[in-house]
Every structure is written in structure tokens, then in C-alpha cells.
Design a protein around this ligand. Structure first.
Ligand code: NAP
Length: 280
């Protein structure tokens, strides 16, 4: 086991949900955490809760899609703590809607946050990690990165992209001692659904011929809420990825996530499509 003590770890999307839980858990384990997201009030409250003295926590407000904000995040981390040992690429959101009805601009925006910004931030921390011969990158993917669903394929495709990206990076960085892990959460109770609804305003309401299917979508979401996990289920996996001597390439949780992934592996495509099909 690698100790978290004194590891300097950046967590993006730390103002709520999985990122917040990961920051709390890593800090409890002794890490110095750098928390980032767009809402400064949330970050300040979290920083205060983690370490009122401020010695072991740094809040840097910013938008991951802004190059200047990404540079500020990395520079502020180095200035306060002198190095970066870990990066948890967690910031992300979902866009809902039938592919036919979602503007390419909104699709680009979702990719910008979930994929391109993650790559760009990773590029900023890698030279130092490579030179030091150690470091950990944890990308938050999703079960949706293996199983794409109708009316969610924009978001799901961003998470599919992270599967390939994380696997490729892992191979590239292994010779340099930098460990790269993908985490695939299942359905977790956070602000994710609210954020996805907000990002999809105007699409769901004007989905034309697809509209009747949204009722089925909502009842699926209600069913999933009953088996959903909590953010700490995933924070635990983030901690494991950063502390295991030999971290697995990917972790998934909670139990329903493992079951869905097993079904994806076992079932023929048509059977899986039957399970995730549109229902009125
Ligand atoms: N909840 C689930 O069921 C689930 C399942 C699988 C995967 N995931 C993944 O888990 C990650 C965390 O999601 P969550 O469930 O914890 O949802 P959440 O509660 O909505 O948290 C999302 C976080 O991302 C931040 N964020 C979004 N856009 C950003 C931007 N442009 N710049 C900086 N920060 C940004 C948000 O902060 P600000 O709004 O303050 O910027 C927030 O802190 C996401 O990558 C999501 O895709 C979630």
C-alpha cells in the first residue's frame, strides 16, 4: 500500500457529489488536497470543513474548459505545495436528448468538459510526474462508457472516449512509473441528474416525436434511484486507485455497476439493447 500522507492531489469537480466525497476521503487519509470547480462558495465551505487551518487544503475556483483556469490550478498547486502527486479528473456532466435534436454546439460543449479539458489538464501535470518517475492519474468514467443508452448517447459517448484514452495513457506512462486508472461508477446520488436536466433545457421540452419516450426515461431514473449508491462508494475506489501497490486498470461500483458490466460482457448486443431500449 502507498500512503496518502503528504501526497498532493488535485480533484476537479470537487464542489459536489463524487469529487467532494473524494476530496474529503483523501484528506482524511492524510493527503494535501487541491479542490477545484466553478462555484467558489462551495469550494470555500469544503476547504473549511476539511482543514480549517488551511495548511493541507487549497481551493482554486475555475472552469476546466478554460486554458487559463487550468494553468492557474496547476500553478497555484505548485506554489503552495511544491509538486503534484495525483490528479483526479472528475469534473463532468451529462447532456440528454436524441442525437437528432441536440445541437452540435451543445455536443461540443459536453466533449469540451468531459474529454478535451481532461486531456489538457493531464498534459499539464504529466511532464513533472514523468520526470519524477511517480504519480497517479484517476479518470472518472462511467458504466455508460461501456453501455450506451438511447437519449443519453452524447454523454455516454464522452465516457466511451475515456475508456480508450485511459487505456492508451496507462500503457504510455507505465515505463515512467505513472499509474493511470479508470473508475466506472454506476448510478450515484449526486447533483448529476439536476445538472444534466439544466444542460438539456429546451431539448427535452421540444423533443418532438421522441417526447413520449421521456416518460419511460424518467421512470427508469426513478428505478435507478432505488438501487443507487452514494458518492463515498466511488471516493473509496479513488482512494484505492491512488494507494494500491498495483492498482487495477479499472474499478467499478457499487454492486449494480458490476452486474451491468457483467451483463454487457455476457449478453449478446441484442439482448442488452432490449434491456436499455426506449419505452413509452
Ligand atoms: N452520479 C452518477 O450517477 C455518475 C455515474 C457515472 C459517472 N459519473 C461521473 O462522475 C463525475 C462527477 O459527477 P457527480 O455525479 O458527482 O455530479 P455532480 O454532483 O453534478 O458533480 C459534478 C462536478 O463537476 C463540476 N463541473 C462540471 N462542469 C465543470 C466545469 N466546466 N469546470 C469545472 N468543474 C465543473 C461541478 O462543479 P461546478 O458546477 O461548481 O463547476 C461539480 O463539482 C462526472 O464526471 C460524472 O460524469 C457520475
Amino acid at each position: 500500500m502507498r500512503s496518502l500522507t503528504d501526497q498532493v492531489i488535485i480533484v476537479t469537480g470537487a464542489s459536489s457529489g463524487i469529487g467532494e466525497a473524494a476530496a474529503r476521503r483523501l484528506a482524511r487519509g492524510g493527503a494535501k488536497v487541491v479542490i477545484s470547480a466553478r462555484r467558489p462558495d462551495r469550494l470555500d465551505a469544503l476547504a473549511q470543513a476539511i482543514d480549517p487551518s488551511g495548511a493541507n487544503v487549497l481551493a482554486v475556483a475555475g472552469d476546466v474548459t478554460s486554458a487559463a483556469d487550468r494553468e492557474k490550478l496547476v500553478a497555484a498547486t505548485r506554489q503552495k505545495f511544491g509538486r503534484i502527486d495525483g490528479l483526479v479528473n472528475n469534473a463532468g456532466y451529462g447532456t440528454r436528448g436524441p442525437v437528432e435534436m441536440v445541437s452540435v454546439d451543445l455536443i461540443r460543449k459536453n466533449y469540451e468538459t468531459n474529454v478535451f479539458s481532461l486531456i489538457a489538464l493531464t498534459q499539464l501535470v504529466l511532464p513533472e510526474m514523468r520526470a519524477r518517475g511517480r504519480g497517479g492519474i484517476v479518470n472518472i468514467g462511467s458504466v455508460a462508457g461501456k453501455i450506451a443508452r438511447p437519449l443519453s448517447s452524447i454523454y455516454d459517448s464522452t465516457k466511451h472516449a475515456l475508456e480508450a484514452l485511459t487505456d492508451g495513457l496507462r500503457g504510455e506512462l507505465k515505463p515512467f512509473g505513472v499509474r493511470v486508472t479508470l473508475i466506472r461508477p454506476g448510478f450515484i446520488l449526486t447533483e448529476f441528474v439536476e445538472a444534466a436536466n439544466a444542460a438539456s433545457v429546451g431539448i427535452i421540452e421540444n423533443a418532438g416525436p421522441y417526447e413520449p419516450f421521456y416518460k419511460g426515461y424518467s421512470s427508469n431514473t426513478a428505478t435507478m434511484r432505488r438501487i443507487a449508491g452514494g458518492p463515498d462508494d466511488i471516493a473509496r475506489l479513488v482512494e484505492r486507485a491512488l494507494t494500491a501497490d498495483n492498482p487495477a486498470p479499472r474499478y467499478s461500483g457499487p454492486l449494480h455497476a458490476k452486474i451491468f458490466l457483467l451483463l454487457k460482457w455476457l449478453l449478446p448486443d441484442r439482448a442488452l439493447e432490449f434491456i436499455v431500449r426506449l419505452r413509452k
